[in-house]
Design a binder for this molecule. Structure first.
Ligand code: SF4
Length: 133
């Protein structure tokens, strides 16, 4: 499964909220696949989650700002110490997510709508990954 960098954070913090019903169904399905052991390949750019998102543009970009979401992808790869196209398991991703500092978390998620709505924070991220173990 190809997953854009910042979607590792969204996947860990996903609690059933999304941009549309189709999007939420897709996220639910993908998170189950990952937790069942399917490997992921981390990328910068549109992925399988974007494919089910109403914000995806006909050119394959993101209506919320391709530049902004790609900046978040690159920040995610940097703070998780991953290279583009690197393959990992969800267990490995959780281990990396659990070690983040507040500054590293904000470099990826700062200013995002879902954080502003109170659905995402470093505290919730740590709780989510430790509750899965
Ligand atoms: S299209 Fe944009 S808003 Fe939708 S999942 Fe992709 S990055 Fe997120």
């Amino acid at each position: 499964m190809r997953l854009r960098g910042h979607h590792l954070f969204c996947t860990a913090l996903f609690s059933g909220h999304g941009y549309s019903e189709t999007f939420t169904e897709k996220m639910t399905h993908l998170t189950k696949q990952l937790r069942a052991g399917e490997k992921l390949t981390v990328i910068v750019g549109a992925d399988e989650v974007c494919a089910a998102c109403p914000n995806r543009t006909s050119e394959g970009g993101c209506a919320l700002s391709s530049e902004d979401v790609e900046k978040r992808d690159r920040a995610a790869l940097r703070v998780l110490r991953l290279a583009p196209a690197e393959e990992l398991t969800w267990e490995e991703a959780k281990s990396r997510l659990s070690r983040l500092t507040e500054q590293e978390f904000q470099a990826v998620c700062g200013g995002c709508r879902w954080q502003e709505e109170g659905l995402c924070s470093l505290f919730l991220l740590r709780q989510a990954v430790s509750n899965e173990n």
